[in-house]
Design a protein around this ligand. Sequence first.
Ligand code: ZN
Length: 251
Amino acid sequence: MRILVLSDIHANLEALETALAAAPEYDLVWNLGDLVGYGASPNEVVNLSRKLGTFFVRGNHDKACSGVSSLEGFNPIAAAAAMWTMHQLTPENLEWLRALPRGPVKPREVEGALCVHGSPLDEDEYLIQLRDAVQPLSQSQVPVIFFGHTHIQGGFATDKKEWVTIRPTYDGDEKSERLEMQLLPRAHYLINPGSIGQPRDGDPRSAFALFDSNKSTITFYRVPYNIKAAQQKIHAADLPARLAQRLAEGH
Ligand code: ZN
């Protein structure tokens, strides 16, 4: 089974369309949440995501933008974007976002994988550094847990003797690139495909991953997209200018 793993699209239609066009052949899509919030195309992104598949985990922005959670803990820019998004969403898409499942969610089609937005122990927790991953990896019952939320491509792994941080290193940032990683039989992994619509690991290219469950490989992808077009929509929508600026910075 070849699974396209997407996360943190954040209403960036330009990035999502370009990533899909660059993606290899796949059987399924797993979406790790934060479809909306920050970007200017919430309905378009929800509509397209719903066409791609049926597997979703809710993100903190999906909750805030659909009224499942309050805006408490959101910075002023994120809160302003969430309010704007809530007003833009169609009643049907609002209802659909409200019904998204809380992680962790176990995919039915593939053994040995689990999907979450933040952490398997807390859907809103950020796994940023290796020490954040020690507890979830120690308690993991499956070889691979897919997570998002940090917008940082890579993840963490352990064979219970060594603990490592995974950060794909690419040649440059002008072209599409990919890096394949073999999963080792006795190790446990936390894998972040990166963010489709608002990368924060210093690389502004759209990020995603392909999980080949037969070959036990993860392939990380980075794809340049039309950042200017996404920025123009953010400005035209009167969303905070910082949301446009950070797309070009990848932070
Ligand atoms: Zn996010």
